[in-house]
Design a protein around this ligand. Structure first.
Ligand SMILES: Nc1ncnc2c1ncn2[C@@H]1O[C@H](COP(=O)(O)OP(=O)(O)OP(=O)(O)O)[C@@H](O)[C@H]1O
Ligand SMILES: [Mg+2]
Length: 462
């Protein structure tokens, strides 16, 4: 890491001097101190990334100073220098947070390599932290975009529910409309925000496991129950339980869940003691629960109970004014994540984005933008960057292209030409432009993929 800041603490002038020269030559920014006390003062102002510290210092020993530095900022890389043969000291130094140690006398290369390795590892640590942050931002409740009146009303409703003592909420809507995100937002806005938010995907567990997951079990209550286990209702203590895909739970579990929600009491599986629930229960589903009730797959009583406060999140195609703002939001977000510089979306591309029906809703929109930001160069998102479905549904493969033909300067030579040869040429050019992607090439020529393949065969391109 060039330009890293390094503090050298040693009372031997020659060592300070030679380390400073060598480190600076390697591109580091260096400060030096003669004593532990001076070292700590400089440490505060200089804010180094690494400290190289000698064990024998006037007034205090290096190990003590190291502990102090480690307390002030545990991320600082510390290299410890000891006289040859005092391995116990070196071990002690490592225990107090030193990254590594060198024996005196040392050659500069040893120090240089240790520093490089340490900075490299620290870089990896921060990469891990960045990835965690990235996952966290999958559900960025600080940035819920709501441009349409529909979404504004929903956010207002969520605020109202957050201030109320509502025990249950039902979130419905197609896949990818933002149910998880809004469940988290509701939790964030409640007074219970500092308590756990626990997600349970009801579809991913078989019936017996789901019940023990939700309510816990007593030791020996079933074959695998080797010890007592607390369920999520217990662990959520005053927080929120988010029951995703509630439409998938078995009729048996539905009975139990209804009782728990009505009485606010439950027992661990195999247990006798009543435990109280104090959590907000948010259930979500992308199936039509009323239809499931009609066909006998979902209990009517539980449906009514959950449906006390329903929030129906409309699909993106029913709130098209949200599309462009959300696309721009994701563009900026992925610019940051992938160090790209997209500045905007062209008018045509905005039209195509707005016209498309988004069966996968916001998740699909997010993926489209993420892919473009990662793969395409340039500063503007253009129609050509969009996936084929969007270009087609946006109407950018028809009229738009007839105009383009007018702009081609087609001249027929006196000797005439072969229409077949022109067609051949067009097919080759389109394939080139589409990077040999047949679907895209077909869109470029406004023909179906089948007819493109037919022509390719005819011209022996297949
Ligand atoms: N209004 C919004 N503003 C910004 N991002 C949003 C918005 N709505 C949803 N998202 C994002 O879109 C993605 C999909 O949303 P989410 O996972 O909440 O959908 P879902 O309804 O739970 O889908 P599924 O039914 O498939 O579980 C998430 O990354 C979410 O953060
Ligand atoms: Mg979800």
């Amino acid at each position: 890491m060039a330009h890293a800041r390094i503090l050298v603490i040693d009372d031997e002038k020659l060592i300070r001097w030679s380390l400073q020269k060598n480190l600076e030559r390697s591109g580091y920014i260096v400060e030096i101190a003669e004593s532990g006390e001076e070292g700590l003062v400089i440490f505060e102002e200089f804010d180094p990334d690494a400290v190289i510290i000698d064990n024998k210092l006037p007034g205090a020993n290096g190990i003590e100073i190291m502990s102090e530095i480690h307390n002030r900022d545990p991320r600082v890389i510390m290299l410890f220098m000891t006289a040859f043969g005092t391995i116990e000291l070196a071990v002690e130094a490592m225990k107090r947070g030193a990254y590594d140690y060198v024996n005196k006398p040392f050659v500069y290369d040893e120090i240089k390599q240790l520093l490089e390795k340490a900075f490299h590892l620290r870089g990896l640590d921060s990469e891990v932290a960045r990835l965690k942050d990235y996952v966290h931002r999958q559900y960025d409740t600080d940035n819920v975009i709501a441009e349409s009146q529909h979404m504004k009303d929903i956010l207002e409703l969520i605020d109202k529910i957050a201030r109320s003592a509502a025990p249950t909420v039902l979130l419905t809507g197609e896949s990818g409309v933002g149910k998880d995100l809004l469940a988290r937002l509701l939790h964030q806005r409640c007074p219970r925000r500092n308590n756990p938010f626990i997600t349970i995907n009801c579809a991913s567990l078989p019936e017996t496991l789901l019940e023990s997951e939700l309510f816990g079990h007593e030791k020996g209550s079933f074959t695998d129950a080797k010890s007592m286990k607390r369920g999520q209702f217990e662990l959520a203590a005053n927080g929120t339980i988010y029951l995703d895909e509630i439409g998938e739970i078995s009729l048996g579990t539905q009975v139990n869940l209804l009782q728990v929600i009505e009485n606010r009491l439950f027992k661990r599986v195999g247990g006798i003691k009543d435990l109280r629930i104090d959590s907000l229960v948010i259930a979500a589903t992308n199936i039509d629960l009323a239809a499931a009730v009609a066909s006998g797959r979902f209990r009517r009583d539980l449906f009514y109970r959950l449906n006390l406060i329903p929030i129906e999140i409309p699909p993106l195609r029913e709130r098209r004014s949200d599309i462009v703002p959300i696309a721009l939001f994701f563009m900026r977000r992925f610019n940051e994540d992938f160090h790209r510089q997209f500045k905007g979306i062209s008018e045509d591309a905005k039209t195509a984005l707005t016209r498309y029906n988004w069966p996968g809703n916001i998740r699909e929109l997010r993926n489209v933008i993420e892919r473009i930001v990662i793969l395409e160069d340039g500063q503007t998102i253009n129609v050509e960057n969009l996936p084929v479905e969007l270009i087609e549904q946006g109407g950018f493969s028809g009229d738009h292209k007839s105009n383009a033909v007018a702009q081609l300067r087609l001249e027929i030579p006196e000797s005439g030409l072969s229409m077949e040869a022109v067609e051949h040429e067009l097919v080759v050019k389109a394939l080139e432009k589409a990077g040999n992607n047949q679907t895209k090439a077909a869109v470029l020529l406004s023909i179906t993929r089948d007819s493109l393949r037919y022509k390719m065969k005819k011209f022996k391109l297949l």
